[in-house]
Design a protein around this ligand. Sequence first.
Ligand SMILES: Cc1cc2nc3c(=O)[nH]c(=O)nc-3n(C[C@H](O)[C@H](O)[C@H](O)COP(=O)(O)OP(=O)(O)OC[C@H]3O[C@@H](n4cnc5c(N)ncnc54)[C@H](O)[C@@H]3O)c2cc1C
Length: 447
Amino acid sequence: MVSCDVLIVGEGIVGCTAALAATEQGANVLIIEKAPQNVPHANTAFSGGSFRRVSQAYPAEKFYHDMISLSGGKADPELTKIMVEASQKARDWLTELGVPWTSKSRDPGASDQVDGQGKALAQILRRAVADRNIKTLHETEASSLILEGKKIAGARVSTKEGSSEISSKAVILAAGGFQANPEMVTRYIGPGGNNLVLRGSPYNTGDGIRMALEVGAKIDWMDDFHGGLIHYGYRKYLAEGAMAGMRSMKKYEVGILVNQQGSRFVDEGEQASDKTYAKFGKIVALTQPGGVAYVIFDSATKEIINPDYTGPERGPIEASSIRELAAKLEIDPDALYETVTRFNSSIEGDKCLSLNPLKTNFARRIEGPVFLAYKVTGGFTFTFGGLCTNTKSQVLDTNLQPIPALYAAGEIATGIFYGNYAGGSSLPRCAVYGRIAGESAASYVKQ
Ligand SMILES: Cc1cc2nc3c(=O)[nH]c(=O)nc-3n(C[C@H](O)[C@H](O)[C@H](O)COP(=O)(O)OP(=O)(O)OC[C@H]3O[C@@H](n4cnc5c(N)ncnc54)[C@H](O)[C@@H]3O)c2cc1C
């Protein structure tokens, strides 16, 4: 039987950072990954590579406040504080591994971006793992955990050859969320969730959550997820993003969002798009007719709004009047004309405080000479719910007691994101807690 000190399930940023940290502490580590080596897998590889972290321009208090307020006060204060305070250190640590950064920040001072985005990040992390002689077995799918008394002692796996067992002194679950599992999405989020466009890895099917539930783990916040406002082309031409990840719309807050009936339905200027795109994607997909909407703007803001989409029919759709634009979008021309006219006439400064919904920032008149639109829909980026863990990344049971020798981090774990999301904050969450999981598991096996 194959055996190791620490068995890690999943080869994304959490699996790799945990493996590197546990190895540094002297543990003998094995990673198993269910996807084949040479197909895109792990949301890490699909990500845009934005990495939010503390800096002089973005102090820890502001980052912490963003996390707590965007979650509607639900984010666990301790888990959040640790993530925020270690975010700069995590970035430094990735830099030491060779991760290059660009200055193409969406939110200057708040997040950096990996040069080469998630594809490069995943490659560098996997190379770092291989360079330290940490073995990764691909096409090896964990199916259940092995219990020895109350303690986890490895996992059952299936491979092309059949089923077998891997024994270990500790297991770290780094298998991502359940967004690619339609049955779990229906059960926990509702059938509408399956109408969203899966933005990332098809392998994140909630296996780790199911396996931990079978040994008594506590789960929470299973009804919520990161949506993402994306160009409609990603739905129509799925292959465009299926191999590389689907980027979200940027800076749409300088325009207005209307539905197929020509009506506004959100405060587009509630915050910068970096702090609304995750929830607006959900709102469009789950609540608006046909699961679509349109960003309407004009020639003055054409260079600001970036659909971040390179596929066919990338737009923008152009017209010389609002009525002509409406006809192209199959919206009732009178309805769109009325919406834009009321919007323009209610702007005071950069706000529309007499409208319902309000537009509280970034309001600019839409007056041509060219009128433009992007068709958008909702993506499904990753689930917010999952395993309850403590600050050492130990998986908790339903009495909130650690399950001996079981650790989890990243997308598979809950407690930090709910309701809304600040762009670029999952990767730091994963890097910080991936390292903590690796260190905790290594120190446990040394005892
Ligand atoms: C399109 C897109 C863009 C994003 N952009 C950003 C961004 O710019 N900034 C940011 O902070 N976050 C971003 N995110 C979110 C972020 O990428 C993820 O939350 C993060 O990478 C998750 O890391 P992880 O290690 O937890 O999971 P993953 O990287 O998804 O890794 C999980 C791995 O586990 C494997 N696995 C699953 N089940 C099993 C099993 N039974 N046995 C063995 N292996 C298994 C999977 O195949 C996968 O390889 C983005 C996500 C997407 C989809």
